[in-house]
Design a protein around this ligand. Structure first.
Ligand SMILES: Cc1cc2nc3c(=O)[nH]c(=O)nc-3n(C[C@H](O)[C@H](O)[C@H](O)COP(=O)(O)OP(=O)(O)OC[C@H]3O[C@@H](n4cnc5c(N)ncnc54)[C@H](O)[C@@H]3O)c2cc1C
Length: 832
């Protein structure tokens, strides 16, 4: 057995095996160790469905790759992976569910996934055993189906071995030590004892440049060994196998093809054929999280007892949908651990705080995702980046505030939300409120309906004061929800008067010390600001794409305040920290402080913003304190608002005259009351994140996570004014080598009366799909829908006429110049 490799993969389930295969394919000397037998984790008992349906862009790419890849495995390995390409029929009992499919169709289209819509009559004509009279329609994928999870894993293992990967079973990784250049992984030989798998005395140390963990239900043990947090905790998941259904047997005997996998989303279940009978799988309520403190030694390829009472409702719904199965008895049952994460996406990418340590944990659709995860993970490891932006799957999307109980509650919620309507404006209730800034209660009392950002509660919009508890839930829609009119009023308030936005969730770091200036000059692509000034800048990946967007305030020669997106605190911090460690020897001592929870932020914006501040600023000459001369645009100053010391920054993400007021968190309520009182005279309105998101699109301000990410460079985001090509910076050569493959632009849309785009829609030029939207919303200024997205550079020019696919129809739109609202920034620079 080798003890030195380039990459060591820990875990021989579908996911680890695929990663080992793809690393082998990329020519890396790779070894996989498995503590038991391959597939002995969750993989062996999976139902093997490979649904392409997924609302996320990155995950859809991953699933699509898997489905194509699995089809090619037999030719490569000679092993039949048991892929039954029977298709997948996703049914809708309501028009709203059809809307969900119409929105999903946009994601499918932008990822090149084929689909068709079917009417109830078409379904009945094709599959007469299915009851259809209560259906509105269905979405049908003809390219997916189900696979034998063990067979596909064995085929990947064989393929991996053919590529030179060594696979060692009955070795458990028990300790990880980073030497500064490689990992030393202590592995223990596992032996059978009385049916249990126990560690022997035999140990070896494997040295590996890179380690990937794909430890499935053992993620909590892995986390402990690595000294990090991994919010992957399994939940019980069950499916039952029914005896033969005579009607089905007769139907097939007539030469009819196998039924597609039937998903009755409104009944939280899936059904597929199994040897003349049916399998029913459910995502029921109250399935408990398990193994939050680790998997007991006695649990090997085991199952939990069937909890039939939990799935009665879905059972009845299945009999309703396929009435002929009523007589079939129960033949077999599976209740196994299925790993979940708080948002349902797996954790794929570099581990927080560690070098060359990669996580592939928390897979709930791991059979479907294994192929694509292996492919994109190998790209990240070998090429430094994957060809798609993997940030939405990054393990660092949860910060250190995350706890075991949080993960359990959210994972249980995520499981029972698999089949809820996935509104783009969905907010999930479990484990909330958790991270609240002081003004939370005040905002709530003023009608705030909150959204969840990295654990923080942030107002999405301000609804009616007497709103019932379920107001927000009821206001969600795939079209314009009941919240829409409140956001319109809020957006107008900022354009015409003044509004206050709570931006406390922003990520904030201080970077200071003798090496700070040289470091940040290298780390970010724009010129550094002068003392007292700010700039907008980007940290790039080694691949030349956008890793993080920063607003940088220069507090002194060697001290900087960095503001970045609230959702990405741990993700941003990890990158900064590792870069500082790498560069400190070269640039000198650099100190990094996370001050996110010390500073609250209110953004005050609108033509009357200055008037409000003037009333409360403590300055020898309040009349001029906020004038262009004393407080120019893009500058920062320490001011006093009443008794509150404030670091004020003259910028506004809404594109109006405005200031961000960074204040000590403990004085937030004082400041809130002060501004509210002063603002009342000027008609100030509290404004939520939804209105802000629309307003920034009218100014073509790119947002991190939508326009800005690891799949495009700042030049492709069309931000050359923030890229200083006269200096050297991290990722510059790679960025230039990539060129401008696509370009970001803004479109105004003549869309439907009752809907706006969400930022997932495909863009068409004539018959050809040419790009996609990354943001969408409503423009109060132009009184029509607006969006931002990426197009081939030759089409990303003002005046290009395109069409956008919304709700499964094409709507005219036109590329407009950047910042269609106030292109000269006259309102932002307004003096007074
Ligand atoms: C009832 C049920 C039905 C399901 N149906 C489907 C489905 O239809 N479609 C779908 O896509 N998914 C399905 N799933 C989910 C799917 O089973 C999992 O997502 C998938 O198997 C996860 O694969 P994995 O490789 O991440 O984890 P696992 O298969 O659990 O593999 C992890 C492996 O790591 C090993 N390991 C752990 N720690 C160590 C260590 N320290 N050293 C060495 N080895 C270690 C374990 O022994 C294990 O073999 C289902 C799950 C359940 C429970």
């Amino acid at each position: 057995m080798k003890t030195q490799v380039k990459a060591l993969v820990v875990g021989g389930g579908a996911v680890g095996t695929s990663i080992a295969y793809h690393l082998g394919k990329r020519g890396w000397d790779t070894m996989l160790i498995e503590r038991d037998e391959l597939t002995s984790g969750s993989t062996w008992h999976a139902a093997g469905l490979l649904p392409l349906f997924n609302m996320s862009y990155a995950t859809t790419h991953i699933h699509k790759y898997s489905v194509d890849f699995y089809k090619s495995l037999e030719e490569e390995t000679g092993l039949n992976a048991g892929f039954a390409v029977v298709g997948n029929l996703r049914m809708a009992q309501t028009e709203e569910r059809m809307d969900e499919y119409r929105l999903y169709a946009s994601t499918a289209e932008t990822c090149g996934v084929p689909y068709v819509f079917m009417s109830p009559d078409e379904i009945k004509a094709k599959w007469p055993l299915i009851r259809t009279e209560d259906l509105k329609g269905a979405l049908y994928h003809n390219t997916d189906g189900y696979i034998n999870p063990a067979d596909v894993t064995m085929a990947m293992a064989k393929g991996a071995r053919q590529l030179g990967v060594s696979i060692e079973r009955k070795w458990q990784a028990d300790g990880f030590h980073w030497t500064g250049s490689h990992w030393e992984v202590t592995c223990t030989k596992m032996i059978e004892k009385g049916g249990n798998l126990v560690p022997s005395e035999e140990q070896i140390v494997i040295t590996a440049e890179h380690v990937v963990t794909a430890s499935g239900n053992h993620a909590q043990r892995t986390a402990k060994m690595l000294g990090i947090k991994i919010p992957a905790i399994p939940v019980e998941h069950q499916f039952v196998v029914l005896e033969q259904d005579p009607a089905l047997v007769a139907y097939r005997a007539e030469g009819n093809p196998e039924h597609p996998v039937i998903r009755d989303a409104d009944a939280q279940s899936y059904v597929r054929e199994e040897r003349g009978g049916w399998i029913l799988g459910v995502y029921e309520k109250e399935a408990p999280a398990r193994f939050e403190h680790g998997v007991p030694d006695s649990f090997r390829a085991d199952l939990f007892p069937l909890a039939l009472e939990r799935i009665e409702e879905q059972y009845m719904a299945m009999i309703h949908r396929v009435p002929s199965c009523e007589e079939s008895g129960l033949k077999d049952d599976f209740n196994g651990p299925i790993c979940y994460t708080p948002d349902g996406n797996p954790l794929v990418g570099p581990a927080p705080g560690l070098r060359n340590m990669w996580l592939a944990e928390g897979f709930s659709f791991g059979i479907t995702a294994a192929g694509g995860t292996g492919y994109y993970m190998a790209q990240m490891m070998v090429d430094a980046e994957a060809e798609i932006d993997m940030a939405s799957l990054d393990p660092k999307r949860y910060g250190n505030w995350m706890t075991t109980e949080f993960a359990m509650r959210k994972n249980e919620e995520c499981y029972d939300h698999v089949y809820v309507l996935h509104h783009p404006d969905e907010e999930r209730p479990a484990a909330r409120p958790l991270r609240t800034a002081p003004a939370y209660d005040r905002q709530k009392a003023r009608g705030a309906q909150f959204g969840w950002v990295n654990g923080w509660e942030r107002p999405n919009y301000f609804g009616p004061l007497d709103a019932p508890e379920d107001f927000d839930e009821k206001s969600r829609s795939f079209r314009r929800g009941a919240w829409w009119k409140y956001a319109v009023e809020e957006a107008r308030a900022i354009r015409e008067g003044v509004g206050l936005v709570d931006a406390t969730a922003f990520t904030k770091h201080i970077v200071k010390g003798p090496g700070a200036t040289a470091f940040l000059d290298w780390f970010t692509c724009n010129k550094l600001p002068r003392v007292g000034r700010i700039n907008l800048t980007y940290a790039l990946t080694a691949h030349g794409t956008t890793r993080t967007e920063y607003t940088i305030v220069r507090l002194s020669e060697q001290e900087y305040y960095l503001v970045s997106a609230g959702a990405w605190s741990a993700y941003d911090q990890d990158y900064l920290k590792k870069a500082i460690e790498d560069k400190e020897a070269e640039f000198g001592r650099i100190e990094l402080q996370d001050v996110t929870t010390q500073w609250g932020v209110f953004a005050l914006a609108g033509p009357k913003a200055r008037d409000v501040l003037r009333d409360v600023i403590n300055d020898p000459d309040p009349a001029t304190a906020l004038s262009n001369k004393r407080f120019p645009w893009l500058s920062a100053r320490q001011i006093e608002l009443g008794m509150c010391p404030v670091n004020a920054i003259r910028v506004a993400y809404t594109g109006e005259l405005g200031w961000e007021l960074h204040h000590p968190m403990e004085m937030q309520n004082y400041l809130f009351d002060l501004l509210e009182k002063a603002g009342a005279k000027h008609g100030m309105k509290l404004v939520g994140a939804r209105a802000q998101n629309w307003l920034r699109q009218e100014k073509s301000y790119r947002a991190f996570g939508t326009e800005l990410g690891r799949d495009a460079t700042p030049l492709e985001a069309d931000l050359p004014r923030f890229v200083d090509l006269s200096k050297e910076f991290h990722g510059k050569a790679a960025m230039e080598a990539l060129g401008v493959r696509v370009k970001c632009c803004t479109v105004l849309i003549d869309g439907p009366e009752d809907a706006d785009p969400w930022g997932r829609e495909a863009l068409y030029h004539g018959e050809t799909r040419v790009g996609r939207l990354t943001s969408g919303g409503y423009s109060v200024h132009f009184e029509k829908s607006i969006g931002m997205g990426y197009l081939p550079p030759e089409l990303a020019v003002p005046g290009t006429k395109l069409q956008v696919k919304m709700l499964n129809s094409l709507w005219d739109c036109e590329v407009v110049q950047d910042s269609p609202y106030d292109p000269s920034n006259a309102t932002i620079r307004m003096d007074g």
